[in-house]
Design a protein around this ligand. Structure first.
Ligand code: NAP
Length: 323
């Protein structure tokens, strides 16, 4: 069975091995899923580096997002049958040909969701929905609130811009490259600015949804956030957290972190099903569509990971575990 394995932490391009895994029959309550496509997300690679080594057990198969077809069901499984298309969630392991997962962690895909949409229907759409909920919890209605979205050129950044516009908020996408600014301005509602010295002093924001961290986010917090505002961090693409000194210097701001994983493991199945229903609706209208740059056979994992690390990459990469 085609599979991948991380035996030690390090640079994903060096430590994720292609291996011949063992195909095992599903136990009670489990299903076997033949995976069709899996996404490569930043959140798949961060645990590989050892960033969360305290809660990551070696060895492990990476990959948190993708979909496939149920091939075998274990004893007691009545909710799923062979042939059902499902999104298995709740743990990593999707970068392989066959996956065992408890049936309760598999969510049925509607027939009209395309393969590429199915492969990207989970991590970013559900996180974007939770980020909007977190803003609503802080402000109530988001009407006319000025919300900054950093790394707005990312897949989730575009989703957030569209969701915020739908809430009546004034979304301000902050990007690091002119090329992304131009592309985003033509694709999403709201304003798009380059996050450089010429624009940051002009910004006045009620909240920031941040996936960059480090000095860049610190500067935004100090110079753009209005008193009573909110800063929600959900990523650290710069590789550096926001400094404690910055956080302590703004007691007038509510700081919080949002991790999809935490929500998923506490929300319960009904709430997750409701979130998936919104994701599927958003995929049908294009709200949650991700631009796909390329689909790589899993057997060409090395090329896929090199492309993922390329700063010029323009869209999501998918892996096809069938080849
Ligand atoms: N907390 C959670 O549960 C959760 C869930 C989903 C996603 N996330 C986080 O959300 C972030 C984006 O994920 P994604 O899947 O949307 O990524 P993606 O589509 O792969 O996009 C990454 C984009 O972010 C921009 N970027 C990268 N490094 C940057 C930096 N240092 N400063 C500014 N912009 C930078 C680049 O855009 P340009 O081309 O414009 O430079 C890059 O194309 C990641 O940090 C991810 O971990 C977190």
């Amino acid at each position: 069975m085609r599979s991948t394995l991380v035996r030690q932490f390090g640079d994903p391009r060096q430590v994720i091995a292609l291996v011949d895994g063992e195909r095992v029959a599903p136990g009670p309550g489990e299903v076997e899923v033949a995976l069709s496509l899996a996404a490569i997300n930043p959140s798949d690679l961060i645990p590989v580096t050892g960033a969360y080594s305290a809660r990551t057990t070696l060895p492990f198969v990476p990959g948190f997002e993708g979909f496939g077809t149920v091939t075998r069901v274990g004893g007691g499984v009545t909710s799923l049958k062979p042939g059902d298309r499902v999104v298995p969630i709740g743990a990593s392991g999707l970068w392989q040909e066959y996956l065992l997962r408890p049936a309760e962690w598999c969510f049925t895909l509607p027939d009209d969701i395309s393969e590429t949409d199915a492969a990207t229907c989970y991590v970013n759409p559900l996180t974007a929905l939770q980020l909007i909920e977190a803003l609503r919890a802080h402000f109530g209605a988001l009407d006319r609130r000025r919300i900054g979205v950093t790394a707005a050129g990312s897949a989730i950044g575009g989703m957030l811009m569209k969701l915020l516009a739908g809430e009546g908020a004034k979304a301000i996408g902050i990007v690091r490259r002119q090329r992304s600014a131009e592309r985003l301005a033509s694709e999403v509602p709201g304003h798009v600015v380059l996050g450089d010295e010429s624009r940051i002093p002009e910004l006045r924001l009620d909240a920031i949804i941040d996936a960059v961290g480090g000095p860049f986010a610190g500067d935004l917090i100090l110079r753009t956030l209005e008193p009573g505002g909110a800063f929600i961090q959900y990523g650290a693409l710069s590789g550096v957290p926001v400094s404690h000194a910055v956080i302590q210097s703004r007691p007038d701001i509510r700081f919080s972190f949002l991790w999809l994983r935490t929500w998923v493991h506490s929300a319960g199945r009904l709430a997750i099903e409701a979130a998936f229903a919104k994701s599927f609706d958003g995929l049908r209208t294009g709200l949650f569509s991700s631009r796909i740059a390329e689909i790589y056979p899993l057997s060409q994992l090395g090329a896929a990971l090199a492309h993922q690390a390329d700063a010029g990459r323009d869209g999501k990469l998918l892996l096809d575990p069938r080849c």
